[in-house]
Design a protein around this ligand. Structure first.
Ligand SMILES: [Zn+2]
Length: 52
C-alpha cells in the first residue's frame, strides 16, 4: 500500500469504520490494519490543495 497523505480517508472492508489521516506517512510500505486486514484508501486528498 502506498503511503497515506494528510486528508486521505481510509475505510475498513470488514467493519466499515472510516479514518481521516491528519499527518502523512513516510513509510515505503504503509499498512494500517483494522480487523486484521489492511485498510483501503476511500478518498485521496488532493495534491493541489490551496490551504495546506
Ligand atoms: Zn475494521
Amino acid at each position: 500500500m502506498e503511503p497515506v497523505k494528510k486528508g486521505d480517508i481510509l475505510v475498513c472492508s470488514e467493519c466499515s469504520v472510516e479514518l481521516e489521516v491528519t499527518k502523512k506517512c513516510d513509510c515505503e510500505n504503509c499498512e494500517i490494519v483494522c480487523c486484521g486486514k489492511a485498510m483501503e484508501v476511500k478518498e485521496k486528498s488532493s495534491d493541489n490543495c490551496c490551504c495546506c
